[in-house]
Write a protein that binds this ligand. Structure first.
Ligand code: NG1
Length: 423
C-alpha cells in the first residue's frame, strides 16, 4: 500500500479519521470506509414488521480508517470524547462488553461477518473512527458504525462483499447483538443509498427501489437535543413496542380467522395483503384493549401512508407527501407514543414556516424531526427550526439533508469505489 486513501477532500471527518489513525497507531491507514447515516422520510416503526419504509442515506457519515494486524484482534479507537478504545478477539461468539458500550456495535459487526472468512477466523485490524453524525439521534449512527466495521473486516481479509442486500440483511440480524430488536431499514439504507434518491425498501427478501427525489424538494433535519440511547430506557421502550405489536397482530389474525402460518410481527404483511385497512381496524377495535389497539392502528395506517408517499414522490406531489408525513407524526405521537414535546414543537414550527409536512424521524423518544418544503421555503423553515429553544448539548443541529450514496471503501493510493466488489 502506498499513499493515503483518496476521498472527497471536503470531508473533514474523513481527515480526522486518517489523522486519528496515524496518531493512535503510528502509521498510515490501509483503507478508509465512509458509512452514511440515514434519515427516514416515512414508514416509522414498521420495518420490524417487514413493511415497506422510505428512508434516504445522508451526506453525514461515520468514517473508519483501518489497517491490518498480524493476529485476529480488533482494536477500534474513536474521537468521541470519553469513549475508550474497544479491543477484542474476532470469533463466532464474541462476548459482549457492558450494556451501552459503544464497542458492542463493532463486536456485532465482526461476529456477523466472521462467517465470510471461513474456514479460518480472519485477520484483525486497528481502526480509528470519526463522524459528523450525532449519536443516538435516530439518524442511524449505530448502524453506520456496524456497516463501517463490517466493510473494514471484509476488505482486510480480501473477501468480496457480493450482494449488498444480503450483507445488509445479515448485519440487521447481527446488530440485534446489542439487545435492540431492530428492523432492517438502517443497514439497507447505509449500504444501498444513492445520491438524489430515496429508497423504498421491501423486506424478506430485502430489495430496494431507488426513487428520484423531485429536484425542488428540500429536507431539513432538526435535533431535539435529547439523545435516545438504545442502551437504556429507549431500548426498553423500543423492544416493548415490538412485543405489543406482535401480540396485537396475533389477536387480530385470530379474530379474522387469517389462514397464515406466520406469527407475531411476521403476520402484518399477510394481514395487509389479504384485508383492507378499514376491516383490520374494525376487527382490532372489537378485540384489542386500548394500548394494543393504538399500536396496531399505527402500524397498519403507517403502511398505507408509505404507499401514498411512494406515489406522491413518483408524481412530484409535494403537498400529498407533506400530508402523509404530518399524519405519520400524529400517529407516532398519539398511537405509538414515541414523540416528545420538542419534536411536536418542531413539527408545528416547520409547518407554520411553510413546510409541506414534518414528522419525528427514527425511533423517537428524543432524536430528530424532519421537515419537507419546496426550495423557496427552505430559508424560512431553517430559521423557524433554529429559533426553537432546545438544549442541543453543544452542537447546533438544524441542517439541510441531501440524499447521498451508500457506503464506500477507499484504499490507500487508489480511487474510492463502492464496495460491491474489491475496490
Ligand atoms: P433509529 O431511529 O436509527 O435508532 C430504529 C431502528 C430501525 C427502525 C426505527 C424506527 C435499529 C438499529 N434501528 O432506528 O430499524 O425500527 O428505529 O422506525 O434498531
Amino acid at each position: 500500500m502506498s499513499g493515503r486513501p483518496s476521498f472527497e477532500p471536503s470531508r473533514e471527518a474523513a481527515r480526522r479519521a486518517l489523522d486519528g489513525f496515524e496518531e493512535a497507531y503510528g502509521g498510515g491507514a490501509a483503507g478508509l470506509v465512509r458509512a452514511p447515516g440515514r434519515v427516514n422520510l416515512i414508514g416509522e416503526h414498521i420495518d420490524y414488521c417487514g413493511l415497506t419504509v422510505l428512508p434516504m442515506a445522508l451526506r453525514r457519515a461515520v468514517w473508519l480508517a483501518y489497517g491490518p494486524r498480524d493476529d485476529s484482534a480488533i482494536r477500534v479507537a474513536t474521537e468521541a470524547p470519553g469513549l475508550a478504545a474497544c479491543t477484542f478477539e474476532a470469533s463466532h461468539a464474541i462476548p459482549p462488553g457492558p450494556t451501552g458500550d459503544w464497542g458492542n456495535y463493532v463486536r456485532a459487526a465482526i461476529q456477523a461477518t466472521v462467517p465470510y472468512t471461513e474456514p479460518v477466523v480472519g485477520r484483525g485490524f486497528d481502526a480509528f473512527v470519526a463522524s459528523d453524525l450525532p449519536i443516538a439521534s435516530g439518524l442511524s449512527s449505530s448502524s453506520a458504525l456496524v456497516v463501517a466495521s463490517a466493510l473494514a473486516w471484509l476488505d482486510t481479509n480480501g473477501v468480496p462483499v457480493g450482494s449488498r442486500e444480503k450483507l445488509a440483511t445479515r448485519l440487521a440480524e447481527g446488530e440485534r447483538y446489542v439487545g435492540t430488536a431492530g428492523g432492517g431499514m438502517d443497514q439497507a439504507a447505509c449500504l444501498l443509498g444513492r445520491a438524489g434518491h430515496a429508497l423504498a425498501i421491501d423486506f424478506s427478501p430485502l430489495s430496494v427501489r431507488h426513487m428520484p427525489i423531485p429536484s425542488d424538494w428540500r429536507f431539513v433535519i432538526a435535533h431535539s437535543g435529547r439523545a435516545a440511547e438504545k442502551s437504556g430506557a429507549a431500548q426498553d421502550a423500543y423492544n416493548e413496542r415490538t412485543r405489543e405489536a406482535a401480540a396485537a397482530a396475533d389477536v387480530v389474525a385470530a379474530a379474522m380467522k387469517d389462514p397464515a402460518e406466520d406469527r407475531g410481527l411476521d403476520r402484518y404483511r399477510g394481514l395487509l395483503a389479504r384485508h383492507r385497512i378499514e376491516d383490520l381496524l374494525s376487527a382490532a377495535a372489537a378485540t384489542l384493549g386500548p394500548d394494543p389497539l393504538k399500536r396496531f392502528r399505527h402500524i397498519v395506517t403507517e403502511a398505507g401512508r408509505v404507499r401514498d408517499a411512494v406515489a406522491s414522490a413518483r408524481d412530484h406531489d409535494l403537498s400529498a407527501m407533506g400530508g402523509a408525513m404530518l399524519a405519520s407524526h400524529a400517529s407516532l405521537r398519539d398511537d405509538y407514543e414515541v414523540s416528545t414535546p420538542v419534536l411536536d414543537v418542531f413539527v408545528e414550527a416547520a409547518t407554520a414556516a411553510g413546510a409541506a409536512g414534518a414528522r419525528l424521524t427514527g425511533a423517537g423518544m428524543g432524536g430528530c424531526a424532519i421537515a419537507l418544503c419546496e426550495s423557496k421555503a427552505l430559508d424560512g423553515v431553517l430559521e423557524a427550526l433554529m429559533a426553537v429553544e432546545v438544549e442541543r448539548e453543544g452542537q447546533s443541529l438544524v441542517f439541510e439533508a441531501r440524499a447521498d450514496g451508500g457506503a464506500v471503501v477507499y484504499r490507500a493510493g487508489g480511487e474510492g469505489a463502492p464496495a460491491t466488489g474489491r475496490p
